[in-house]
Design a protein around this ligand. Sequence first.
Ligand code: ADP
Length: 546
Amino acid sequence: MERPRWPTTLAVVTGLTAIYVAAGKLALRVAFLNPSASAVWPPTGIALASLLLIGFRAWPAVLIGAFLVNLTTAGNVATSLGIAAGNTLEAIAGAWLTRRFASGRDAFERPQDFQRFLVLAGFVSTAVSPTLGVTSLCLGGFTRWSDYGTVWLTWWLGDVGGALIVAPPLILWGSRPRPGWSRLQAVELGAVLLSLCLVGEIEFMGYLLPGFSRYPLTFLCIIPLLWAAFRFGPRETAAAGLVLLIIASWGTLRSRGPYGGFAPNASLLLLQAFMVVTVIVAMRLAAGVAERRRAHEALRLQAAELERSNAELEQFAHVASHDLQEPLRTVTNFVQLLAQRYRGRLDRDADDFIGYVVDGTTRMAQLIDDLLEFSRAGRTDRPMEPTDCRGVLEKALANLAVSIRESGAVVRHDGLPTVRGDPSQLTQLFQNLIGNAVKFRGPDRAEVQISAVRRSGEWLFLVRDNGIGIAPEYRERIFVIFQRLHGRNEYPGTGIGLAICKRIVTRHGGRIWVESQPGRGSTFCFTLPVAETPGAGASGVRLTGP
Ligand code: ADP
């Protein structure tokens, strides 16, 4: 059974009324211009925070509190009611607008929300109370209509300060459990607080360094606030702003500091304007930093998740292709046996069908081999070591000896360097690129040239051919797995070779791309890291592009 809420509400309203009255009476002690209008008005912040934290049911506390404060200060029942109504409506409007347009109590976590809070709860809704309040006082004969403007401004600025400097720390510290700081962070926060108190003391009180307080050094106050914003968050920044307001008000009211020398109300108004601007800047920054930190964390989690799912997929591809090899081998063996034993003994159709199966299984075996190679190319457990590219190239050429000989291709190379890499993967890389250069040859005899140049901390390799070339629009696509530009009847292949190359180069921290024009050959370019031990050979040419 749900317990009735009214006893809790009653207790909350009573407690809140008491706090409101105490804060209001304290603030009205510095109401110099008019007994009912103070340039410092924390009750606005208390009311706004209460309505956002507790809900709209807290409004009677604001109404009763404001009524009591004013009835015991100046005016009569009617003016006190008018003022109290203004204070209450202002708090309701501020809380409603903040909830509707600025994410409620989360208004300080994102710059956009904070900006909306700033305008709506900070500057717009705070006009309600001075308008109703000063009008009530004028109507009741407690203030002259000619003073309307100055009293209104004092009242409004007091409320703005309450909404922007007092409400945020109350909302932020009241809405969630206390943040967990590490010991180091707690020490740093202590240092922020200490520097804030020091700057505040020196600038607004001047007991420590009496000569300094008259100099216009108030801009120094922004430093500890920005420190809190950058290193902590909106909660700590808001609290720092409130601490600074207390120190600065205390000093200014004792005619100390840069604003202490003016008439009492003017000095408080100046201080309030300074504080509001300073705190707005710090809070806006804190919201930006908090948002960035959250985005960074989300990205980090996403990257970790991506890495995990990638590894899973890779594992799956590896296991699947590995396990497929075995049954495929059986099928291939038996179908080849069938072909050997029964070719010509069955009818023509049967011979054709067996031929298709042999063809299909051979292709499938090639595909599985390539897929396995692709999944291996992404594995990072093989060590990187200084690798002489001449040895790697020789191995690749030996593996390609048959196709090179059959096609009559000519492969030349300049001196090649020693790089930091995985020898077997680099062999595969050269093999795939040279193999393609030979395979995709044009009408002329294939000529392949391999060279390397040192370029800003890495080696740039070029594998140039005089083959059929590639249209510019396909330059990216060809590195994607299974992407081929020709049918199998034109050129055999699985469309995995360049995807493997890309994986290998990426794993080595390099980049791979192609420069080509149809019919004018292709140059495959890739970069590899320089080995720590100085490499041998290679041309000393230095390039600047691409
Ligand atoms: P495959 O060689 O099995 O088709 P690759 O991934 O190695 O797969 O290459 C993808 C596509 O890129 C090829 O189908 C071909 O169209 C194009 N290609 C690759 N290398 C060259 C080259 N040296 N010259 C022209 N086209 C090439």
